[in-house]
Design a protein around this ligand. Structure first.
Ligand code: KG4
Ligand code: ZN
Length: 354
């Protein structure tokens, strides 16, 4: 299995990423080209613009992943690529590249589900992590609680009924006038350290619903109202030039938002652990992954939930929590070794998705 060499390509959202991983999990290279700058300037992902940005760098990103691994395409065993969920215009850029490489070098292709990859990369990080396990996947577009019973066998315990937590972090950061060029989540996490988490009384979502679903749209609106009620013209006045008093008010809102946003996670996860243990009493691990899982406060609080229930928290390092090529390559390996892959495209097949 060590001889297996998998190239992973990821273009589902705003990062263009590629990596080469060995069958035993050794990471030979990892390259990410971020569009965060574009996002900060234009206020969100515009699919056409994101597609162009991916197309501009995809060849370089893949080439660098191969160079850093000191390999050429002909050394590879197969190519794994994200096929969804995500923006279809963006996904196409990655799939096109993967098919091009696969066709030219006669390599099999593994189509990878982005959220499965967020979950399974935890098995690269922790080699003892066997199925079944419980996973919370938190990113800009998804909030999922999943009972993973085996490869490809996932039971969804909860999902968001509106926004994902990452979206709430990103919008709140923007409204608070933060510098979001390195992402809204990290900027808000940093400001929250200066604030009082009990200063603003935000309502914890969905307490009356005794299930494992999530909702972040209401909390987002509460943040907006808190900003307006304090007359903080935050989008026009960046935090760097805010008065000291305004800065403190913003930090208090950030800290209070974070406390309630994460408390909502804690409450749903506690219930999900109980549900999961009823279905699979042998569960030992609680996986927390996806971009928001790189947040220190999130990790600390969810570690407590795991410990309270006798489970071990597994949360990949931040570079493997946010979108990356390693998780795609690794998930490709997991599928490849059990025979789940497609043959190389024939010479006369187009490189686009059919
Ligand atoms: O998994 P990911 O990289 O992309 C998607 O699949 O969406 O997640 C991106 C999300 C963004 O909303 C970003 O603000 C959030 O993860 N994020 C964070 C942190 N780092 C990234 N949220 C809170 N705290 C962080 N430190
Ligand atoms: Zn993601």
């Amino acid at each position: 299995r060590r001889d297996l060499l998998m190239l992973g390509i990821e273009t589902s959202c705003d990062d263009t990423a590629a990596a080469v991983v060995r069958g035993d999990g050794e990471i030979l290279s990892q390259v990410v080209s971020s569009q965060a700058d574009l996002l900060a300037r234009y206020g969100g992902v515009a699919p056409k613009m994101a597609e162009e940005a991916h197309a501009l760098v995809i060849d370089q990103v893949v080439q660098k992943a191969l160079d850093d691994a000191k390999l050429s395409e002909s050394d590879l065993s197969a190519v794994a690529v994200t096929i969804g969920p995500g923006l279809s215009l963006c996904l196409r850029v990655g799939v096109h590249k993967a098919r091009q490489v696969a066709k030219a070098f006669g390599l099999p292709i593994v189509g990878v589900h982005h959220m499965e990859a967020h979950a399974l990369v935890s098995r690269l990080v922790n080699k003892d992590l066997d199925f079944p396990f419980l996973a919370l996947l938190i990113s800009g577009g998804h909030n999922l609680l999943v009972l993973a019973r085996g490869l490809g066998q996932y039971i969804q315990l909860g999902t968001t009924i509106d926004d994902a937590i990452g979206e709430a972090y990103d919008k709140s950061a923007r409204w608070l006038g933060l510098d979001i060029r390195k992402g809204g989540g990290p900027a808000l996490e940093e400001l929250a350290l200066e604030g009082d988490p009990n200063a603003v009384k935000f309502k914890v979502p969905m307490r009356q619903h005794k299930d494992c679903n999530f909702s972040y749209a209401g909390l987002k609106t509460q943040v907006r109202l808190a900003i307006e009620s304090k007359n903080l013209c935050t989008e026009d006045v960046p935090i760097s030039s805010a008065l000291e008093e305004d800065r403190q008010s913003r930090a208090n809102i950030a800290a209070s938002f974070q406390r309630v946003a994460v408390l909502h996670l804690e409450e749903r996860c506690q219930r999900a652990v109980e549900w999961a243990l009823k279905m699979e009493p042998s569960i030992k691990y609680f996986v927390v992954s996806g971009g928001v899982a790189s947040n220190k406060y999130v990790r600390t609080r969810l570690n407590q939930v795991a410990e309270n229930n006798g489970l071990q928290l597994v949360s990949p390092p931040p570079s493997l929590c946010t979108d990356n090529g390693v998780m795609i390559a690794w998930t490709g390996i997991e599928h490849f070794v059990v025979g789940r892959f497609e043959d190389p495209p024939a010479d006369d097949e187009p490189d686009d998705m059919q």
